[in-house]
Design a protein around this ligand. Structure first.
Ligand code: URA
Ligand code: SF4
Length: 263
């Protein structure tokens, strides 16, 4: 059954938000289509994993030190020179961290290589490990619904990737060292995709991309930057499935992200 947009919004628990709190332009379903923003000038990649923060009121300190893999000896240094197929091939055979030993397959990502939106999750779960695609389980269904409410889908104008490409055993949170090992791949994906906005889903993605280990509540609603690309933080869909009232907050975050995209 295909849900109408109204049913979809109701399903997401966001209809009251639309009628009570959203600006009129956001209530109009037709306005969900985002006008293409002018192509940004290609931004230089960050020299390290340092976080660039544009919110002057809330400078964030404590970016992670450059990963050990950024040493001269690391074969992963070459990652920054790979094209998309080479990158996918390298990830498929990667042994750079212990997660390689228990995966069925690495999960590179899914979507449009011309994406405006990049969503970054934590790491593959059991279903993702089996199917080789991110966010195909229950959390993925919610993510798909959220995309649909923005008139987006995972094949068009959207790319979905994870902080680590291989499944952590028992779906545990990836360790900092594992995320550091995998970060060059995500960094290269971002450099090649050049999305217009990056949405970080949950704490692990925030930790990996922004290098900060803070509560999501303290980071929501701010515009960060990574290599000149706006970055917005929101809750992970798996968290939202356990905390349904926060879906409305996630919706606010997505609307905020959409505003960063065109500015
Ligand atoms: N959770 C994630 O963070 N990523 C996935 O791909 C699936 C579930
Ligand atoms: Fe390599 Fe990333 Fe998989 Fe670790 S999680 S083995 S760094 S692809």
């Amino acid at each position: 059954m295909t849900l109408s947009r109204q049913q979809l919004l109701h399903e997401l628990g966001i209809t009251p938000l639309w009628t009570l709190r959203a600006a009129p332009a956001e209530v109009d379903a037709a306005s969900l289509a985002v006008a293409p923003a002018p192509a940004p000038a290609p931004a230089p990649e960050p020299a390290s994993d340092q976080l660039a923060v544009t919110n002057a009121d809330a400078p964030i300190q404590g970016a992670l030190p450059p990963s050990a893999l950024a040493s001269k000896d690391s074969p992963l240094l070459a990652v920054d020179a790979l094209d998309w197929p080479e990158l996918a091939a390298q990830v498929a055979t990667c042994q750079a961290c212990p997660l390689a030993t228990q995966r069925r397959q690495a999960v590179f990502g899914v979507g449009d290589q011309q994406a405006d939106w990049l969503f970054v999750g934590e790491g593959p779960g059991a279903e993702e490990d089996a199917r080789g695609e991110p966010f195909v389980g229950q959390a993925g269904k919610l993510l798909d619904n959220m995309l649909a409410a923005l008139a987006l889908d995972r094949q068009q104008r959207v790319y979905i990737a994870n902080a680590v490409k291989c499944r952590p055993p028992n779906n545990r949170t990836p360790e900092a060292a594992e995320m550091a090992a995998c970060r060059p791949y995500l960094r290269r994906q971002i450099a090649l995709l050049q999305p217009k906005v990056i949405v970080l889903l949950g704490k692990a993605a925030v930790h990996s991309v922004l290098g900060v280990d803070k509560s999501l509540a303290s980071l929501r609603g701010q515009r960060f930057e990574y290599a000149g690309i706006p970055v917005v933080v929101t809750y992970h869909p798996a968290y939202l499935l356990r905390n349904l009232p926060d879906k409305a907050k996630a919706w606010e975050d997505l609307l905020f992200a959409r505003r960063q995209l065109s500015s």
